[in-house]
Design a protein around this ligand. Structure first.
Ligand code: BGC
Ligand code: NOJ
Length: 812
């Protein structure tokens, strides 16, 4: 069954029926103000921090699904409907939702009236713009009533969903013509309010939810709408909302539009009020003045398009017209994959339809990895991000697991002691320097734990990261795992027996025994970059020391990390093997196979191929590679959260998409292009075809997890959008399969392809220079570059040009 299609020319996904298998959402916003917007207009918006500065209310885990949004109701002589189908769900004569880059457009029509709802966050403004274009497509005159609706959140989303004894008494609003102001807590310590306005005179309004809906009604049956009469209610406590009413008449063929702005405004503390108790509306007036006409809205949309065109023009694949699979690759890599990378840049793991915006902030490990997918698009902002992340690091090199975007402070509520964390900072910094050539970042002064007076150069943070791993080793000389490593759920030192206790924060009995082979892999993968950076900065002694640590680590892996057919996963707190043929369950894990081969271990002695073959044999499915097998069938005290999940879900043998690209990259290092591509394809949404319904989540972005073979719902995805899969997939396809990889001295070109890919072109903006790179694989090989010419001159090694360059790469 088809729910929609890719419209590549417009860079949109077009949904053709509203009852998608799950809400299919889009993100609005690019800097400070963000909205989540579903194909039925559900979702919410916030300023900077989804927990602390939430403008509108959204009900996670409610029924019906996806409750709350920016709704428009039409009452056409007793016939009540929404252009977005929900919440009334009146059957539409036609429906279409186009999710584009930073905007969405929903068009619904019924009874000869068509309504197009365009939603976006204009660049540089802290507001959502919602324009409703109405057109009478019937043969007769139409008179109808239009209602808008948003429900305000009392700012702190956590408190909003819990502290009712206070919240039901504090809601306050002001109404000024068509401007509805939500000003709860402005009377005291807040200096910000929300405004919801329309660009035409309204014929009524509501600001009190109960008055608008009726006490026992849901969004699908607002009394005011059904009775075609706003109550002009003024909220006093309870639940403040914003709703306008307009009586509209349209001649046959006539159209009109109403522009709504839902914005965030701030005042200096001494300018909060224009008269006692009355808020200073000056910032709101300035904002609203920008969106009074269709021409203004069109211009803002144009600017948004130009913004995305600029971002996406930095990396663009042009396949041959007759290469169907590469056309799908280009749809992903040119549009949706990069778009998703930017969303993870903005959101980290904070707000999605699976992340409530109150639980998690910016991840140390997550943001460092996400950076790999956006550093080429927004290098300046990536720079800032690296410095922010590093500033939360502890002086001993370890890290808070997360920090809050608003305060940038580490957040202990989500734990620390994940021993892989520090290494990802090296990965991020190396990727940034390779992309930009900006070595200066390493001299930036950055504090520890955001404490004034502790500033040291960023380079010192990298030393501490490296040394943390190098000095926290267990009995086999492998890195101690701490609370867990990349796999948050492999909690080898927790031994939690208390129901409901968080594995992320519960007491962690550092055994000094439990070791991670994966951390060894990450260490070995990033060590060469670290050493190279040290050398180039003249820190030879550090580099030598690091080389000794690397040799020792390799030896430890060789002696204690190989299980015969694949790499071991870990040693538990009793020194027992995990991820070994000797285990009854959890015999083989994906992560170390990927990372150790990426780090080059086993490439010269056959173990790389053996382990990758074991992965294929034991972990592969039609929907991607599972995290481990066999799944744990019962909870195990010595393993923690991983064994808490029912078999086939999440870290317990789910297809955890994040580490599938590691295998694909490893296959590239092993030179097996066909298999690398197969691994890429299996999790790429553009290749889903008939599985869209089973898959459930948006068919244009990656999801964190697809249920594994052991799950009843094998193939069903969850946790879409905010996943490291986006960044790692981009690294995989752009740097390894298509093979254009930044090095410290320039671009390295080394594709690894299925033999059938005969040619393609990549345009790449790199350090200010545009490269047009033509790959010629007429020879039909999987790997191997025979010659490279740059602007007609033969070249070996890394490519760096001082002017626009045409690069011809012949494989063979
Ligand atoms: C999930 C992990 C996640 C962790 C972070 C766990 O419940 O299974 O995927 O990384 O929570 O808080
Ligand atoms: C999701 C988390 O965001 C990420 O940090 C972690 O590595 C994976 N889950 C695996 O547990």
């Amino acid at each position: 069954m088809s729910y929609g299609f890719f419209d590549d020319a417009n860079r949109e996904y077009c949904i053709r029926r509203p009852d998608t298998p799950y809400p299919w959402i889009n993100y609005l916003g690019s800097q400070d103000f963000f909205g989540l917007f579903s194909n039925t207009a559900g979702g919410y918006c916030f300023y900077r921090d989804a927990r602390l500065m939430r403008l509108t209310r959204y009900r996670y885990n409610n029924v019906p699904a996806d409750a709350g949004g920016r709704y428009f109701y039409i009452n056409d002589n007793g016939d009540v409907w929404n252009p977005s189908w929900k919440p009334c769900k009146a059957q539409l004569d036609s429906y279409e939702c186009r999710h584009g880059l930073g905007y969405s457009v929903i068009t619904g029509a019924r009874g000869g009236l068509s309504a197009t709802h365009t939603a976006f966050v204009p660049l540089g403004d802290a507001a959502e713009v919602h324009r409703l274009e109405l057109s009478n497509q019937s043969g007769g005159k139409k008179t109808f009533t239009l209602f808008s609706f948003v429900e305000f959140c009392l700012w702190n989303a956590m408190d909003d969903a819990a502290n009712f004894q206070r919240n039901f008494s504090i809601g306050e609003v002001e109404v000024c013509g068509s401007e509805i102001y939500h000003k709860t807590e402005y009377r005291e310590r807040r200096n910000h309010y929300a405004v919801f306005s329309a660009n035409r005179v309204s014929d009524g309004f509501d600001t009190d939810r109960e008055s608008f809906l009726g006490l026992y009604n849901g969004f699908e049956r607002p009394d005011a709408v059904f009775e075609q009469k706003s109550r002009n209610s003024m909220a006093s406590g309870w639940a403040p909302i914003g709703s306008h009413m307009f009586e509209i008449a349209l001649e046959p063929g006539e159209s009109t539009s109403v522009i709504f702005v839902l914005g965030y405004c701030e005042n200096p503390d001494d300018e909060k009020f224009e008269s006692p108790g009355v808020i200073n509306k000056a910032p709101a007036k300035r904002l609203l003045a920008k969106f009074q006409t269709d021409a203004q809205v069109e211009r803002a949309l144009e600017e948004l398009r130009a913004y995305w065109e600029n971002l996406l023009s930095r990396w663009r694949l042009t396949p041959r017209d007759d290469d169907a699979k590469m056309l799908k690759v280009s749809r992903m890599v040119n549009i949706w994959n990069q778009y998703q990378c930017m969303v993870t840049f903005n959101m980290s793991r904070s707000a999605s339809y699976f992340e409530s915006g109150i639980g998690r902030g910016m991840g140390f490990r997550d943001s460092s990895q996400d950076l790999l997918g956006f550093v080429h698009m927004v290098p300046e902002r990536a720079r800032e991000r690296i410095l922010d992340i590093a500033a939360t690091q502890f002086a001993d090199g370890s890290a808070y697991h997360q920090y809050q975007p608003l305060t940038k402070k580490g957040n202990l509520e989500v734990g620390s002691g994940f021993n892989d964390d520090p290494l990802w900072l090296i990965g991020a910094a190396a990727a940034y320097v390779k992309e930009t050539g900006d070595w200066g970042i390493l001299d930036e002064q950055v504090p520890f734990d955001l404490e004034e007076g502790t500033e040291v150069p960023l380079m010192e943070h990298l030393h501490r990261s490296f040394d943390y791993t190098a000095t926290h080793l267990g009995p086999h000389g492998l890195p101690l795992i701490g609370r867990a490593d990349w796999n948050d759920c492999l909690n080898l030192n927790c031994f939690s027996a208390t129901p409901g206790e968080s594995f992320q924060t519960t007491a962690n009995f550092e055994s000094g025994v439990a070791e991670s082979v994966l951390i060894a892999g990450i260490f070995l993968y990033y060590a060469p970059d670290y050493i190279e950076i040290c050398r180039r900065r003249g820190e030879a002694e550090k580099a030598d020391r690091a080389e000794r640590a690397v040799s020792a680590m390799k030896e430890a892996v060789n002696n204690h990390g190989w299980d015969g057919e694949w790499f071991l996963r870990a040693y538990d707190a009793h020194g027992k093997k995990i991820g070994s043929n000797e285990c009854d369950e959890g015999q083989i894990f994906i992560e170390p196979q990927g990372f150790l081969v990426m780090a080059g271990v086993g490439l010269d002695d056959g173990r790389a191929i053996r382990t990758l073959d074991s992965v294929k044999e034991r972990l592969d499915t039609d929907f991607g590679i599972m995290l481990q097998q066999p799944a744990y069938s019962a909870y195990r005290l010595n393993l923690g959260e991983i064994s808490s999940y029912p078999p086939g879900y999440k870290e317990n043998a789910g297809i955890f998409c994040h580490n599938n690209p590691w295998i694909s990259i490893a296959e590239c290092y092993a030179g097996r292009g066909a298999r690398a591509f197969e691994v890429y394809r299996k999790i790429a949404p553009a290749f889903l075809k008939d599985a869209v319904k089973l898959h459930r989540t948006e068919p244009y972005v990656y999801s964190q997890m697809v249920a594994g073979r052991d799950a009843t719902r094998h193939g069903e995805a969850k946790n879409s959008w905010l996943t490291g899969t986006a960044a790692w997939t981009f690294v995989n396809i752009s740097q390894h399969i298509l093979g254009i990889r930044p090095g410290f001295d320039g671009l390295i070109i080394d594709p690894c392809l299925p033999r059938g890919v005969k040619s393609y072109k990549v345009e790449r903006l790199f350090r200010g220079v545009r490269y047009a790179i033509m790959i010629d694989n007429t020879a039909g090989v999987e790997k191997g570059v025979k010659s490279i010419t740059v602007n007609g001159k033969p070249l070996t090694g890394e490519i760096l040009s001082d002017r626009d360059a045409e690069v011809i790469v012949v494989m063979g």
